[in-house]
Design a protein around this ligand. Structure first.
Ligand code: PSU
Ligand code: MN
Length: 304
């Protein structure tokens, strides 16, 4: 199996030194944000992790390998290229075998992280149950992955392009704990509130690490959602963003967007309609997640 995995020199060295390693996804770079802010954000997030005592491992599929840690040129390529495939669980075998370039989603990044022995993963938002899923059956493979793969995922909650209530129901059925980091209400990505409670509120990195370690010591499969609200001053106005999301959803329906195109289409539309303010919020929350994720990864590393 190790023949498919390639660690960057930085990750390899970090591993040998016993440093905490934090996984980062590449779909957020290729499909989640526009160039050049995507590459710049990816670099800044990596640096936040380094400055806080961790080793960043941005993950992607390149030339038949699962790369754990990307070079500067590779990051640039992911941000700029138009032909990068969005890679979720189902795509990994095909893309590696045909040596195509693939940007890993939350699901594929979790799989890769687990294979590389990485326990914590920082991102912006997870996929979930889409609105109207009772007829379209559009449910992100990210949720199934959270149910099976042993990686903690730090995010800013679920976007209201999704049906947040159904997403929580699905996670409950699958036994995935949803932790509020310093909050008892699930954040909704651009805003700190969603109207839905998390399962458990934890206030320190040590408590989160202890919860994950206990779950995994018991050999309970799957990960956890660690939902960290966007900083107050960066949050968008609730009514403003709700209105824009409604418009984006209506356009997706009108244009019959489906399958793996849905999420990137909605993210792009929201960015366009907010004239960039959603992008600024997105960048701020990912950086904030990196700060919190670094603390959790360090606590996990001293609690093996
Ligand atoms: N939500 C975001 N930004 C993103 C994504 C989701 O706010 O970039 C990406 C992540 O890579 C996530 C994927 O895993 O979209 C989910 O896609 P789908 O809904 O097709 O499973
Ligand atoms: Mn989908």
């Amino acid at each position: 199996m190790q023949q498919y995995i390639e660690l960057s020199a930085e990750v390899q060295k970090g591993k040998e030194q016993g440093l905490p390693i934090v996984a980062l996804e590449s779909t957020i770079i290729s499909h989640g944000m526009p160039y050049p802010q995507n590459v710049q954000t990816a670099r800044e997030v990596e640096q936040i992790l380094r400055d806080n005592g961790c080793v960043p491992a941005t993950i992607a599929l390149i030339d038949g390998k699962i790369k754990i840690g990307l070079s500067d040129e590779e990051l640039e390529m992911f941000g700029n290229a138009k032909n990068v495939a969005k890679a979720s669980r189902r795509d990994i075998g095909y893309l590696l075998a045909t040596k195509q370039t693939g940007a890993t989603t939350v699901a594929a990044t979790m799989i890769s992280a687990e294979l590389a022995g990485i326990e914590l993963f920082v991102t912006g938002g997870i996929g979930g149950v889409h609105r109207g899923a009772e007829t379209t059956m559009d449910i992100s493979a990210d949720l199934e992955e959270l149910a099976t793969t042993k990686v903690g995922v730090v995010c800013a909650g679920a976007k209201s392009i999704l049906d947040i209530g159904l997403t929580l129901e699905y996670l409950e059925t699958k036994g995935v704990p949803v932790i509020g980091y310093g909050t008892s209400e699930l954040p909704a990505f651009y805003t700190r509130k969603s109207g839905f409670d998390v399962n458990f509120r934890l206030d320190t990195p040590q408590e989160v690490a202890e919860m994950l370690r206990t779950k995994w010591n018991l050999n309970l499969q799957g990960g956890a959602v660690i939902a960290n609200p966007i900083p107050e001053k960066e949050a968008l106005d609730h009514d403003f963003i709700t209105n824009i999301i409604e418009k984006a959803l209506a356009e997706a329906e009108e244009k019959h967007i489906h399958g793996k195109e849905v999420t990137p289409f909605l993210l792009g539309k929201v960015k366009e309609l907010t004239e960039g303010s959603s992008l600024e919020a997105n960048i701020a929350l990912v950086k904030n997640n990196a700060l919190v994720g670094a603390q959790i990864a360090k606590a996990l590393n001293t609690n093996k």
